[in-house]
Design a binder for this molecule. Structure first.
Ligand SMILES: [Zn+2]
Length: 302
């Protein structure tokens, strides 16, 4: 067990190390400063590992973007850049560019990379992956066993996408409820995911013990951002975050208008009753239909 402190040119990066050799994994949280469920989950994994036998190496950085975390914002106030869009960063750029580059360096050489994020107070837990074009993604998602997998658009500059593309690491990103706004922790979601991560570490052979692949995992499509509230009104949700709905099922009522699912879908985000305005997103959802191999174009670095 070792606490790692890496300070360089005003960059604060604190982590934990346990075990050594391969297979190895680096777990990152708090790349977005307000996404504290991810940071807390990383801390829980560290605690749980004290009772496990390590066969490989685990390194954990719970709060990667400390400057942003201290202001409970997504982005660091130094330059207001989105850290998870600029990997691998540059060694001589602005604060976030240098931080991205530092994180890129310290996450090199690991076989696996797990990046923990939050999708907001009214969100639910899901994996994100480009499972239609990374052959290893399905196995990783089944090994961690989070029920919902959303197909990522594969936007470049994200740590896990760059790790997959540029270094052939087996990257995975998990979104959890909590975080924005204000940087809060959903404790139940963190506890559940921390246990799933320990199972994942067993499956990939870093922690001693047996763990299998989940058959319950649902490989869903990309988020649909096209369908918006048709007019201003009071929106009452009919479902809770994480619910699976059938085509035509009522998701929410806007005044007396029944807002229905356009297809079988997973609702990953659903705010409580509130005023809603024309063009607002009513809920966050993705089609349940799995995206076939070859249907999504791999993104090039822009
Ligand atoms: Zn995030």
């Amino acid at each position: 067990m070792e606490v790692i402190e890496r300070f360089q040119e005003g960059i604060e990066l604190k982590g934990y190390r346990i075990g050594d050799g391969h297979p190895s994994i680096v777990i990152t949280g708090g790349i977005h400063g307000d996404e504290q469920t991810g940071s807390y989950t990383a801390e829980l994994v560290w605690k749980k590992l004290q009772n496990e036998t390590l066969l490989g190496e685990v390194v954990i950085y719970p709060v990667c973007n400390m400057s942003a975390a201290k202001t409970r914002q997504r982005r660091a106030p130094e330059d207001n850049l989105d850290l998870n869009r600029i990997f691998p960063g540059t060694p001589d750029g602005s604060y976030s560019q240098r931080l991205a580059n530092r994180i890129w360096q310290v996450t090199e050489g690991f076989d696996y990379l797990l990046d923990l994020h939050c999708c907001g107070l009214y969100g639910s837990t899901y994996s994100m992956h480009c499972y239609s074009y990374y052959d290893f993604a399905e196995e990783l998602c089944r090994a961690i066993g989070v029920k919902t997998v959303i197909h990522s658009k594969g936007t470049r500059g994200q740590l896990y996408i760059e790790a997959c593309e540029e270094r052939n690491q087996k990257g995975l990103l998990i979104e959890m409820p909590g975080g924005q706004p204000g940087g809060v922790i959903n404790e139940a979601a963190a506890e559940e995911l921390a246990d799933q991560i320990i199972g994942y570490l067993k499956y990939i052979g870093i922690v001693r013990g047996s763990a299998g692949l989940s058959k319950e995992v649902c490989f869903c499509g990309c988020f649909d951002k096209e369908i918006k509230a048709p007019f201003d009104g009071i929106c009452r949700p009919s479902v809770t975050p994480g619910t699976y709905v059938k085509e035509g099922e009522v998701i929410a009522c806007i005044n007396d208008f029944e807002f229905k699912a356009p297809y079988d879908a997973v609702i990953t985000g659903m705010p409580p009753m509130r005023f809603i305005f024309e063009g607002d997103s009513v809920a966050r959802y993705a089609p349940l239909a799995t995206i076939p191999k070859g249907a999504v174009t791999r993104k090039k670095r822009g």
